[in-house]
Design a protein. Structure first.
Length: 364
């Protein structure tokens, strides 16, 4: 028996894997040695990994305690993953033990992290209690873990999280809403997400933009376009500006191109004159990947913008990306324009025009 346990500590990965299977079959006879191996924080990392794997499914209080302590103290994410899997194999008793630790505030953050790794319906009520913790990191971890459950009982907690004072909790709540989209109507989702486009925290607003971008409907495009069109105020004010920053505008145009809706494309074309060059560049890159049904309209817009841009160095990068996007869309009507651009004063534009033509006119 000790030879089998010692085999976990040496050899290549395949040898250790086979030895860990043999040790698992020994049951209680190997328990003490496996626990000692797991809890040796100065020991070989792989040996501890295999010990945790072999302990999975052993429903004993000392095993649960050792696994939890290892989860709480190790800084290695791979070891944490296998410990969480071992706790999952133990099942309800391990979940109950972790639930008891939630009552101890100092241990609650680590207990929530462990519960978050155990994807089991019994974790849902415990994680719901953690959404009321005073620490924002605990609330956010609990919401992210709950999101994977797609359980209707978590909807109120997610809705509360949208108005949490901590940005990381609001972001987690937005991710939670997206995971619940099969349980909510499109109108409910849009009504909940749209106000977050105006969040003072850029990361929260970006998360809301991403979520709405995943909803491929004209109704979901409307709030994104409204946010993109927000004009800067000309009146002095002590209130924070609602004008979208260049970074936010970039996220907005990217989300609108992902949606592949006529409404979104119309709005993007309308917004072009008011956008900065970096935001235009993001838009062009997105429009080169739109669905085939939107490709003719997108190509017409790209072609128009390309014709209107001066052939000056400051516009060189944008013009090059416009050419590339036309090639990606594959619209034959663009061939004459691309042929003319093979004689462009900018050699980079010339190269991209030649590449685009090869896409549109493949060699037999």
């Amino acid at each position: 028996m000790r030879t089998a346990v010692a085999g976990i500590c040496s050899g290549d990965f395949h040898d250790r894997w086979e030895q860990s299977r043999q040790v698992a079959d020994l049951g209680d006879m190997a328990l003490g040695d496996l626990l000692a191996l797991l809890q040796d924080d100065q020991g070989d990392w792989e040996a501890r990994w295999f010990a945790a794997r072999a302990l999975g499914g052993v429903n004993r209080p000392e095993v649960i305690t050792a696994l939890f302590n290892t989860f709480a103290t190790t800084a290695d994410d791979d070891l944490r993953q296998v410990v969480a899997k071992a706790l999952t194999q133990i099942g309800a008793p391990a979940i109950a033990a972790l639930g008891n630790l939630l009552a101890q505030p100092p241990l609650r953050p680590v207990a929530v992290q462990a519960l978050a790794r155990i994807q089991h319906p019994d974790t849902v009520p415990l994680l719901l209690t953690a959404t009321a913790d005073l620490r924002s990191s605990v609330r956010a971890t609990a919401l992210d873990a709950l999101s994977a459950a797609a359980d209707p009982t978590i909807i109120p907690a997610v809705q509360r999280g949208l108005d949490d004072g901590a940005p990381i909790v609001r972001s987690a709540a937005i991710r939670g809403l997206l995971s619940l989209r099969s349980l909510l109507s499109s109108t409910q989702l849009i009504d909940a997400l749209a106000p977050k486009l105006w969040d003072a925290d850029l990361a929260v607003a970006q998360q809301a933009i991403y979520a709405l971008g995943r909803l491929q409907t004209p109704a979901a495009a409307a709030p994104l376009l409204k946010r993109l069109r927000t004009e800067p105020s000309t009146e002095p004010s002590t209130e924070p500006s609602t004008e979208p920053s260049e970074a936010l505008q970039t996220y907005l145009v990217q989300a609108l191109t992902w949606q592949n809706t006529v409404a979104g494309l119309d709005g993007l074309i309308e917004a072009w004159p008011s956008l900065s060059q970096p935001v235009r560049l993001a838009m062009v890159q997105g429009l080169g990947t739109v669905a085939p049904a939107l490709a003719p309209q997108a190509a017409a817009a790209l072609s128009h913008w390309l014709s209107a841009l001066p052939t000056t160095p400051v516009h060189g990068m944008l013009r090059s990306h416009l050419v590339l996007a036309l090639g990606h869309l594959g619209i034959p009507e663009c061939i004459p324009q691309l042929q003319a651009l093979c004689q462009d004063p900018d050699p980079v534009v010339q190269l991209h025009a030649e590449a685009a033509l090869r896409q549109l006119q493949p060699t037999p």
